[in-house]
Design a protein around this ligand. Structure first.
Ligand SMILES: NC(=O)c1ccc[n+]([C@@H]2O[C@H](COP(=O)([O-])OP(=O)(O)OC[C@H]3O[C@@H](n4cnc5c(N)ncnc54)[C@H](OP(=O)(O)O)[C@@H]3O)[C@@H](O)[C@H]2O)c1
Length: 301
């Protein structure tokens, strides 16, 4: 398959690129810095700085993951604009490519496009499926815009699946790169009252979900991409302590976090008990269904 990936240099994208090459696909990546991306991804990958530059390569499938990282900076007005505009721009480029290719009767068959659990906003402890109405807040508006832009590709005959991704867990980056160091020092602990849900997914399973959606012609629309056993922050904290063999006696008071991070503290203090209802109904089998399975594999304990 000729597969085009935006955000292919990222934490998820890098693993997707590796697996796609191993599976014999022809892999193309959009990166803002093609020279650095070629160094990271190797010579088998064709890298260019815009989706439109791949029109002659006629990608058959597209995975759209590019965007300003959500948790790297406080959500000032200008940072919110960067978060929104980076995703709008990347996704519009992809849709424009679909339009150009459709004009040559070569529209990509499928676009798997990013979104996040943040689509649902704060949902307390109720169970959240793809049918659950969202809570209106910035994370929701960001994801809704991202999904809306991706769905424009349907006008050109491309199937569109938007993956509402949970916290992606693996060694070498992502959430655990930020969370594990204090835990390793014995300084880990609950955040706020610890009752907020943290839907999560092992990176390997997320890449398998993307591959599943690329080939399953019957699946389109919103897909919750998280493990079937979400945990609360308190449960996550206990599991980290168990797997790293450290106490987890500390805790970060909610008001302190709000003062330090402003609105971005909602990423840590609120959540959704997101369930992968549609993937389960479609017969997707998780390799890491529980957090203990995932952390045991990651920490090798
Ligand atoms: N990791 C998670 O826990 C998680 C959870 C929920 C949703 N997601 C979403 O899933 C997607 C993939 O996640 P990830 O962890 O692989 O992301 P990531 O490591 O932050 O990588 C995303 C890629 O996007 C590109 N990028 C970064 N800033 C950009 C900007 N300002 N404008 C345009 N492109 C930019 C970069 O590629 P170049 O530098 O090569 O251009 C980067 O490699 C992200 O959009 C993220 O929001 C991730």
């Amino acid at each position: 398959m000729r597969l085009l990936i935006t955000g292919g240099t990222g934490f998820v994208g890098r693993r997707l690129v590796e697996r796609a090459i191993a599976d014999g696909h022809q892999v193309m990546v959009v990166s803002r810095d093609p020279v650095a991306a070629r160094e990271t991804l190797g010579s088998e990958v064709t890298v260019r700085d815009s989706a439109g530059a791949f029109v002659d390569d006629k990608p058959e499938a597209i995975v759209n993951l590019a965007g300003e990282p959500i948790a790297d900076r406080r959500w000032s007005d200008s940072q919110k604009t960067r978060l929104l505009e980076s995703r709008r721009h990347a996704t519009r480029e992809v849709v424009a490519l679909c339009e150009q290719l459709a004009a040559q009767n070569a529209a990509p068959g499928v676009l798997v496009s990013g979104s996040a659990m943040g689509y649902y906003g704060d949902q307390g402890d109720r169970e959240v499926t793809e049918q659950t109405p969202p809570h209106d807040e910035f994370a929701h508006r960001l994801c809704e815009m991202w999904e809306h832009e991706a769905h424009q590709a349907e006008a050109f005959g491309t199937r569109v699946a938007c993956i509402r991704i949970g916290l992606v867990l693996d060694a070498g980056g992502g959430t655990l790169a930020k969370m594990a160091p204090p835990f390793k020092l014995g300084l880990g602990g609950k955040i706020g009252d610890g009752r907020q849900y943290m839907p999560w997914i092992h990176r390997e399973d997320l890449v398998r979900i993307i591959e599943f959606l690329l080939v399953r012609d019957d699946l389109a629309g919103a897909i919750n991409a998280s493990a079937p056993n979400p945990v609360t922050n308190a449960g996550f904290t206990r599991a980290m302590g168990r797997h790293l063999h450290r106490p987890t006696l500390f805790f970060i008071p909610g008001p302190l976090l709000k003062a330090a991070l402003g609105e971005m503290s909602r990423l840590l203090l609120t959540g959704a008990c997101m369930r992968p209802r549609r993937l389960e109904n479609a017969g997707f089998e998780f390799r890491y269904p529980t957090l203990d399975d995932a952390l045991a594999a990651i920490f090798g304990d």
